[in-house]
Design a protein around this ligand. Structure first.
Ligand code: NDP
Length: 391
């Protein structure tokens, strides 16, 4: 029986993971569930899964959470704030931690799970983009088991299973991208937040949905893949595959290409990460090849979607560029979602921040957090002052 902490339990990835866990009560039990501000959602999950602890990121909501649990007759211990997130990520009775907080806010508890040697099921790509070297060092030091949940990296993990280190040396990674909702759309200036969040194949949180629409999501994944699989930037390709059936591929020097396929459902990589090296049912629909029709591929359009190129450049540049890229993107996406920035303003803002701010590489977590804070300040200073996005 594995005891699991779910960081970001009320989110899209968190609830998908809980759906898988619920199917296997003999294998998994929930130790802790966390959210930022969704008190009722967290309290409902506490009733359903009976965790020992529930953590609310916003400490001012601790009292409301206690009340919500009392009303529902749930008995979990309540804690609040970042230290409490760290505590449930490294608690001795926990075997596995799902890092599913959105944004760099998830970095500190994710690092704590790595340091504590847990099975770290990583969905929170912003953590590894901001602090890849530190996170990978913490995984090694703590003896953690790092299992990627992002469907592309999970696919690559599956394709590389059983491949010896020496054979990986000549391999090339091919990350697939759906292309997002605007692949064929010419006028990107008038895109609204709701349009950007309506992904053609996946149901996800709003931030990653916008990242997917700008192709920044794929850029973050290129950086993530480089850290996870120790792969140089020249050997990571991206191909647009609108059907989202092939989740990514590995090409070997002999010309063989291994691909992992499945319906687009996060429960598949989550079930893999929870049960590895075993396989358990996830609830995902089976692929019906006869009804699938065709699988198509095309090159990404870096002119119209420059964010992917920014991520490649940041990876090549090194230093702290990935952390700056990530922070600028988080600020710009939030401004877009709040109607303060046009869709095309996201890429423009990120480019200006990258041009203006090139700090030294961080040597510890405090320096990463400081770079993240300063990059957010620079980005915020570059946004249009107030009011709705200019038309
Ligand atoms: P959601 O926005 O749906 O959920 C985010 C979760 O994190 C919620 O539980 C939220 O709590 C919590 N949270 C938000 N801000 C904070 C904070 N400052 N401190 C602590 N907790 C916080 O996001 P997704 O589930 O879509 O994505 C989660 C992560 O997984 C992201 O990094 C994303 O890139 C990655 N990912 C997502 C995929 C998907 O299919 N959705 C696929 C692959 C990767 P509350 O509900 O209270 O706001």
């Amino acid at each position: 029986m594995k005891a699991v902490t779910i960081l970001g339990a009320t989110g899209s990835v968190g609830t998908s993971a809980l759906d898988v866990i619920e199917r296997h009560p003999e294998r998994f039990r929930v130790h802790a569930l966390t959210a930022q501000s969704n008190v009722d959602g967290l309290a409902d999950l506490a009733v359903r899964f009976g965790p020992e602890v529930v953590v609310i990121g916003d400490v001012s909501l601790e009292g409301r959470l206690r009340e919500a649990l009392r009303e529902r007759g749930a008995r979990a211990r309540v804690a609040g704030g970042r230290d409490a997130l760290v505590d449930v990520a490294r608690a001795p009775q926990v075997d596995a931690v799902l890092a599913a907080i959105v944004g760099a806010a998830g970095l500190v508890p994710t690092l704590a799970a790595a340091e504590a040697g847990k099975r770290l099921m990583l969905a929170n790509k912003e953590a590894i983009v901001s602090a890849g070297a530190l996170l990978m060092a913490a995984v090694r030091r703590g003896g953690a088991e790092l299992l990627p949940v992002d469907s592309e990296h999970n696919a690559i993990h599956q394709c590389l299973a059983g491949v010896r280190e020496a054979e990986r040396d000549g391999a090339r990674l091919v990350l697939t991208a759906s292309g997002g909702p605007f692949r064929g759309r010419l006028d990107l200036d008038t895109v609204t937040p709701d349009e950007a969040c309506a992904h053609p194949n996946w149901v996800m949180g709003r931030k990653i949905s916008v990242d997917s629409a700008t192709l920044m999501n794929k850029g973050l994944e290129v950086i993530e893949a480089s850290w996870l699989f120790n792969m140089p930037v020249e050997r990571i390709d991206v191909v647009i595959h609108p059907q989202s059936v092939i989740h990514s591929m590995v090409e070997f020097p002999d010309g063989s290409v291994l691909a992992q396929m499945g319906t687009p459902d996060m429960r598949t990589p989550l079930a893999y990460a929870l049960a590895w090296p075993e396989r358990v049912a996830s609830g995902a629909q089976r692929l019906d090849f006869a009804r699938l029709g065709e699988l198509t591929f095309e090159a990404p359009d870096l002119q119209r979607f420059p964010c992917l190129g920014f991520a490649y450049d940041a990876l090549r540049h090194g230093r702290a560029a990935s952390a700056v890229l990530n922070a600028a993107n988080e600020v710009a996406v939030q401004a877009f979602l709040e109607g303060r920035l046009r869709f095309t303003g996201i890429a423009a803002t990120i480019q200006r921040v990258l041009d203006a701010f090139d700090p030294e590489p961080p040597s510890g977590i405090d320096e990463v957090l400081e770079i993240d804070r300063r990059a957010r300040e620079v980005a915020a200073g570059m946004l249009p002052n107030r009011g709705p996005a200019p038309q």
